[in-house]
Design a protein around this ligand. Sequence first.
Ligand SMILES: [Zn+2]
Length: 262
Amino acid sequence: MCSSSTHHRSEPVAVDIDDAAEASAAPSTELIEELVAANQILFDQGVVDAFGHISVRHDKRPDRFLLARNMAPSRVTAQDIVEFTLDGEAVNANGRKVYLERFIHSEIYRARPDVVSVVHSHSHSIVPLSVVKGMRLKAIFHMAGFVGQGAPVFEIREAGGDATDLLISNNMLGEALARHFDGHDIVLMRGHGSTVVGGSIKQAVYRAVYAELNARYQLQAMQLGEVTFLTEEESRTCVQNVEGQIQRPWDMWLEQARVRRG
Ligand SMILES: [Zn+2]
């Protein structure tokens, strides 16, 4: 579960907050449309289900970001996109409930000025690799070079003690998670899921889809025997050469997601 309320125990997946500041100049229509498309793709590709979210840095204000209100990603429309500050405060929620785990996004944008988009999910093959001692998600095939030589695992107990709900529900936990992105574009979260970052919405979506596939292949290969992973150099070359092609899967995934939606 990704969201919960600090105010209403009867509504554990959402939180009410007051708007903290004035909304800034409207983001471009194209950016909003791409963010909506990304929500549909991530659901159709099985990266998110009712939980999980994608955000993008505001294209007119780098100290703001855009994220849907609290809802299932597959149902997100342009009217559901809310603007947030880097403190995780909504500026135009107008009373709509927002994701409790928005601090994942706010603190990564603060820590990594190069990041334009963030995907947080609980995709199915990632979770097992987050809970086995000594195990790391590693790049196993050419589409996932960005995974590198071992994705860090965020242990929430180190920042929040051993009785949390594992959710990144405040700035302090978000900041502790964001520190793990120093030199990495994917971080696993123990017993929870993962977060990936990219220099664009399309790159973040691509990485979220292929991180899940990499995890699945790694789990399968480990059952067969000793696994050969990509070298650091192979990982780097694959990122340079393969990620230049992200438009191709994006077009296909979007078409497929919209055909299935009907
Ligand atoms: Zn979550």
